[in-house]
Ligand binder design. Structure first.
Ligand code: CUA
Length: 346
């Protein structure tokens, strides 16, 4: 016959071990930091508005949780049935009017308290951007982002440059299906529709590189529909603007010059623009300064290295499933030449 004290002890130990495992799991997950795509470390005014709203609702929910669970635990302990005790009388014949009024009104109060700051934040983020904002037209494509600076006459893809401390005013539209624009540390998600322009603005508060991601399933390469935002000092941004506004660099090496000829004779110019050359296609990314971009199609590490760029040109769907850029049947020598040409377009 087992001793009741020993059984209770075992249960206690099991509880302690379970709690310790829970804490270990929480610490392990917390160890995933630093996570550049976290929404919990905002670096813009709008990011902080959303963060503050989140924190307020989180703590409001904690108060509700403590109240509800506290009342539940109190009721379970205080009014539990004891051995030999008969069942207690029901509360009223048709329920309790004061209790029902209480548990109807309390959620109304909680929802009202949560709704007011939520609606205020939504209205605030929907206001017009300040007049001195940098204007950027963002077009979402399956599966890349186009950034057009209409006043600065600059077009980039997958990389957006912004000056720190100045509002960026984005108008978002899609060239095909519905996407969602999201730079977790700088803004909330904004749907990107075809034939309908949505607006989004925010003011980045520190310099740095902020990764972003399409946040609406949009096809086989949705997960690869990434972007990077470079928030720069005013001087660095001005330098970047000057470099981007300059004409495409003339190829200097013999191989790059040959690459320019191969590029012109292949199907490339029907989809891509290189300002100052005959290439004026608008289906694919503008390649005028492609050599100065860090990330081309997926991420920095994979591409913008000679072998990877060649791999991309030869068979882009093998890197980005579903990519609309058709595989290019070029010889190794021609591939290397086109690669050298594109790399030279600083
Ligand atoms: Cu675009 Cu998902």
């Amino acid at each position: 016959m087992s001793c009741p004290g020993a059984t209770r002890g075992r249960r206690l130990w099991r509880g302690v071990i379970g709690a310790a495992l829970l804490v270990a799991c929480a610490l392990l997950l917390a160890g995933c930091e630093p996570n550049p795509q976290t929404t919990l470390s905002p670096q813009s005014d709008v990011g902080w508005d959303i963060q503050n709203l989140f924190a307020f609702i989180f703590w409001a929910a904690m108060v509700v949780l403590a109240g509800v669970e506290g009342a539940l635990i109190f009721a379970v302990l205080r009014f539990r049935r004891r051995p030999g005790q008969p069942a207690g009388p029901p509360i009223g014949r048709h329920g309790s009017t004061p209790l029902e009024i209480t548990w109807t009104l309390l959620p109304v109060v909680v929802l009202a308290v949560v709704a007011v700051p939520t609606v205020l934040t939504i209205f605030k983020t929907a206001e017009a951007a300040p007049g001195n904002a940098v204007q950027i037209q963002v077009t979402a494509h399956q599966w890349w982002w186009e950034f057009r600076y209409p006043k600065l006459h600059i077009v980039t893809f997958n990389e957006m440059h912004l000056p720190v401390g100045q509002t960026a005013n984005l108008s978002l539209v899609s060239a095909d299906v519905i996407h969602s624009f999201w730079i977790p540390q700088l803004d909330g998600k904004r749907d990107v529709f075809p034939n309908h322009v949505n607006n989004l603005w925010f003011t980045p508060s520190i310099t740095g590189i902020f990764p972003g991601q399409c946040a609406e399933f949009c096809g086989p390469s949705h997960a690869y529909m990434q972007m990077k935002v470079f928030v720069q000092s005013k001087a660095d941004f001005a330098n970047w603007v000057r470099d981007q506004q300059a004409a495409a660099a003339r190829p200097t090496s013999a191989e790059a010059r040959r690459g320019a000829i191969v590029f012109g004779q292949a199907s490339c110019p029907s989809c891509h623009t290189i300002a100052g050359t005959a290439a004026a296609g608008t289906i694919g990314p503008n390649l005028t300064h492609v050599g100065s971009q860090v990330g081309l199609a997926i991420d920095n590490e994979m591409l913008n290295k000679p072998a990877d760029l060649a791999h991309w040109i030869r068979n882009s769907p093998s890197i980005k499933p579903g990519s609309y850029m058709p595989p290019q049947n070029l010889s190794q020598r021609d591939l290397a030449a086109v690669d050298a040409y594109l790399e030279s377009l600083k």
